[in-house]
Design a protein around this ligand. Structure first.
Ligand code: MG
Length: 422
């Protein structure tokens, strides 16, 4: 097993930085180019897959899983990430590479998350190692059956299962030369994303908001904690710094019901352009959530509460929220698709979010957001929040717009051979 190495030392300067000094023209442009684009904003046409599939056996439908490789991926956060649930400077992730018998290789990534403390790198590595012997040699085309095997044996590790599902789907799409966004519906090739501003002091949050605005990002998600006055100061500072940006406020379960309602009223009172209040109360405080949903002047999006299909059915049955934040890492890929279906059937709003994946892991979510065209709010920003990994393709980012390649098979991500070699 090899460890993915960074291609450059960690930056000591944040990419989202103060623009109040004399930065104009060229510097502003370079900031746009720097935001999440390694090594450039252009999608690199993927020759890897073409080369592989040309050598592949004629009957790709019979491709079987030949190897599943697991690589620890320790990613430094560009700035300390702060939410109600804690702080982190490094995300200990796991890269999953699935190689099929026709040579096609797909990638997934399991990211640690403050909201899912059980999903540690070590635990996920153990779960995936235990799954591997059950999957190698199986036909790759039946993703549903393979996913069922994973859930049957390792149901405590949805993030690991999501990474496996994404890698399998990527490999099969590459084998059949289908771009993943086409697999998900082919609705559109680009989406606008928000970027997350941590629960930082107001001045720091304002600097990040100003830099994001200068980079062309028009949607901001602001983390808040239980301290209402501090939160209000942070949100107001962000709004002053980026007055044209639309906002979402994410409490990560910080509030009691009464505090959440009071905070929502305060946001409205100060005429702040907040579109949603996300996850105001503890994840399974159904009574509190019902009260907030009933009395909040802002629409309520749930994230941690919608942690599986059953919880989503409960939320829908009792009408506890206005929308759901879909995250592949939270529920697995196939369950996320089921949650999307359930939510759309009853007219709920949909957001898509992420953990702390690199561009490699984020690509599947970008393809889902584009291909399905299903999301009212896209929050796929983790490639800006962590140090870059040496990959190409997947999607391009310019300002807040993420764009997938039209024809590259799978996600289009390519990794240097040195990274994924034994
Ligand atoms: Mg959230």
């Amino acid at each position: 097993m090899s460890v993915l190495r960074r291609t450059r030392p960690p930056s000591t300067e944040s990419e989202i930085r103060d623009t109040s000094r004399e930065t104009r023209g060229a510097e502003r442009e370079s900031r746009v180019a720097n935001l999440g684009s390694w090594p450039s904003n252009d999608i690199q046409p993927t020759t890897y897959d073409v080369r592989r599939t040309r050598r592949a056996p004629a009957n790709r439908r019979s491709a079987v899983i030949e190897e599943i490789r697991l690589l620890p991926l320790n990613l430094r956060m560009r700035q300390t990430f702060v939410t109600t649930l804690g702080r982190k400077d490094v995300s200990h992730n796991l890269l999953v590479a699935v190689r099929l018998s026709d040579g096609s290789t797909g990638y997934g990534e399991a990211s640690e998350s403050l909201a899912m403390p059980d999903q540690t790198q070590t635990a996920m590595l153990g779960a995936l190692r235990r799954m591997t012997p059950r999957l190698v040699g199986q036909p790759a085309r039946n993703l549903r059956a393979l996913s069922a095997i994973a859930w049957q044996h390792e149901s405590h590790y949805p993030t690991a299962i999501a990474a496996l599902e994404c890698a399998l789907l990527d490999a099969v799409c590459r084998s059949r030369r289908i771009p993943m966004w086409r697999y998900f519906g082919g609705r559109q090739r680009s989406v606008n994303t928000s970027i997350t501003i941590s629960a930082w002091p107001p001045a720091q949050a304002a600097r990040a908001a100003r830099a994001a605005a200068h980079s062309g990002i028009r949607r901001l998600k602001i983390k808040v904690t239980g301290a209402i006055d501090d939160n209000l100061a942070r949100v107001r500072a962000v709004h002053r710094a980026a007055p044209r940006a639309l906002l979402v406020v994410d409490a990560n379960q910080a509030f009691s019901a009464s505090a959440a309602i009071a905070f929502a009223h305060a946001l409205v009172h100060h005429r702040l352009p907040v579109r949603y209040l996300e996850q105001p109360v503890e994840r399974h405080d159904w009574e509190g959530l019902a009260e907030v949903h009933r009395r909040s002047p802002l629409p309520i999006i749930v994230d941690e509460s919608a942690d599986d299909v059953q919880a989503t059915q409960h939320l829908i049955r009792h009408r506890l929220a206005d929308g759901i934040n879909i995250k592949l890492a939270k529920t697995g890929l196939l369950h996320a698709l089921e949650i999307m279906r359930l939510a759309r059937r009853v007219g709920l709003q949909l957001m898509i979010g992420c953990m702390a994946e690199s561009r490699v892991g984020l690509a599947a979510s970008v393809h889902l957001a584009c291909g399905s065209g299903a999301f009212d709010w896209v929050d796929l920003d983790s490639h800006w929040l962590v140090e870059p990994v040496p990959c190409h393709g997947g999607f391009a980012s310019t300002g807040g717009r993420l764009r997938v390649h039209e024809t590259a098979p799978g996600t289009g991500i390519t990794l240097p051979t040195a990274v994924v070699a034994p």
